[in-house]
Ligand binder design. Structure first.
Ligand code: SF4
Ligand code: SF4
Length: 472
């Protein structure tokens, strides 16, 4: 058994057998319209098109000039029908650009670019221009991740191929089908960050991929710098904190980043998208995802244009039973429970699950039993019970002291908490409150500073008061 592991963690039922032997397929019939969220990671975008415009596949349709901004591209060729609020992952509404296919298949890709002769700035710009964000879930802008703060030396690029979420098998199948894209993307990231070493982190339940990866590494002439690390199968192995602990034995400091300890971590899909952006000039306009769950009658891995609405795939492509009690966008641990299937595939949608009462607990929350199990299993070594108690008491300072901001929202509690307390949900709300409090404090400080500056300027500009005349 692998010694590459981390403290804590759990072993939820994997249920990967439902789809792991399903190669990634493009559905025989794709919906005629897509609803593409204006922003899918990074700073909020503005639309660059309006209803009635004709767009080509790969054309930029939304963007912004912020350094954290990431453009969004048309995933099909057609006509913009409308820009409207639509249900998206997280059960919120967000503005989406609705495009109806015209059947022309017109494309507007970038010209191919050799990543190894381009300047590092041009290479990062290509990743930005291709609209690439982390496809494993967080949707963080990739060009920003590949531009670590000044003074940080990157030693390792780690390919996060753990795919530790139950049910999901899309990364495994991606590696199996196109290992060369993965290694190419990794070498590009190593080139951009000047990292001398690359590590592909697999969980032991994907052992059979090792020879294929080893062979591809040799074929790419990278055996002196890229290696495979077989990590213990344990949830959440794929969390950034855990994967660096398991692969290089380093710990990300509280509130820190992987770059603080010389690491950059990229998901399998992201690395493949990076390769495509250079070799094909292809923006991030489609993605593969797992469709699974015991309520899904035909579990599979599919590749669809970004913006494909899941409800539009039901019937011909996705069939599910009537006893589905939960629909999830993403994996069962960190994914979002959705009120319906009327939501689009986004750049970070790794899966859609149809779960029955046999595999998910929908029991209501009951009072905390104080059993401490959540603390034992927390891979971040936090005390979740104290965080949630502090939040319930409205004491965000105490919640922060107990580790609220270090929680990676892995959802491991869901398998161990006998009281069914939705800890992650409480923590997400708690973090949002802290963000709001900090934003309000910053705004107050900025307003006070502006007032002080105004007063100082007024004082400096005021005529000097004459000294009072008078005798002694
Ligand atoms: S959700 Fe947060 S507190 Fe709970 S186990 Fe995961 S990291 Fe720890
Ligand atoms: S596992 Fe649940 S019941 Fe036990 S201490 Fe943690 S929050 Fe309370």
């Amino acid at each position: 058994m692998s010694e590459h592991t981390f403290k804590g963690g759990i072993h939820p039922p994997e249920r990967k057998e439902l789809s792991e032997h399903c190669p990634i397929k493009v559905p025989s019939t794709l919906p005629k319209t897509v609803s593409i969220p204006l922003t899918m990671g990074g700073a909020p975008n503005q639309p660059l098109v309006q209803p009635g415009d004709d767009v080509a596949r790969g054309q930029i349709i939304a963007d912004n000039a912020h350094p954290m901004g990431v453009p969004v591209h048309a995933s099909i060729a057609g006509k913009v029908k409308k820009i409207e609020a639509h249900l998206v992952a997280g059960n919120t509404e967000a503005p989406c650009i609705v495009i109806e296919a015209d059947g022309s298949g017109r494309e507007s890709f970038l010209p191919p670019l050799d990543p190894f002769t381009a300047t590092v700035e041009d290479a990062r710009k290509r990743i930005h221009d291709a609209g690439i964000v982390g496809m494993g879930g967080a949707a963080f802008p990739t060009h920003v991740k590949l531009n670590p703060p000044k003074g940080k030396v990157i030693e390792y690029v780690i390919a996060n191929a753990a795919e530790c979420e139950p049910y999901l098998t899309v990364d495994k199948n991606t590696i199996q089908e196109t290992p060369d894209r993965l290694i190419d993307g990794m070498l590009i990231c190593m080139h951009i960050t000047s990292a001398p070493k690359g590590i592909i982190a697999l969980e032991e339940n994907k052992k059979e991929l090792e020879p294929l990866l080893a062979q591809t590494i040799v074929e790419k002439g990278a055996s002196d710098k890229v290696s495979v690390c077989m990590c213990k199968t344990k949830y959440p192995q794929g969390g950034e904190k855990n994967i660096v602990q398991s692969t290089v034995g380093r710990e990300i400091p509280s509130g820190g980043l992987p770059a603080d300890i010389g690491c950059v971590i990229q998901n399998v899909g992201t690395l493949c998208a990076i390769s495509d952006a250079f070799r094909l000039g292809k923006p991030l306009i489609e993605r593969a995802l797992t469709v699974s769950g015991m309520g899904c009658e035909n579990p599979q891995n599919i590749r669809v244009p970004i913006g494909t609405v899941i409800a539009d795939l039901e019937g011909e492509t996705i069939k599910h039973s009537d006893d589905v009690v939960k629909i999830i966008s993403g994996g069962p641990m960190m994914g979002m429970a959705m009120q319906s299937t009327n939501f689009p595939v986004q750049k970070n949608t790794s899966g859609v699950l149809f779960l029955t009462a046999r595999e998910t607990d929908v029991s209501p929350e009951s009072p905390c039993l104080g059993c401490g199990r959540c603390t034992v299993y927390c891979s971040c070594r936090l005390t979740p019970v104290m965080i949630v108690r502090s939040l319930k008491a409205g004491d965000t300072d105490a919640a922060i002291r107990f580790g609220l901001l270090d929680c990676v929202e892995c959802g491991a509690w869901s398998c161990v908490c006998p009281a069914h307390i939705a800890l992650t949900q409480h923590f997400r709300i708690g973090k949002a409150i802290v963000r709001e409090q900090r934003a309000a404090a910053m705004a107050k400080a900025a307003a006070a500073k502006a007032l002080a500056e105004k007063e100082a300027a007024a004082k400096a500009g005021a005529p000097t008061q004459a000294a009072p005349k008078g005798g002694n």
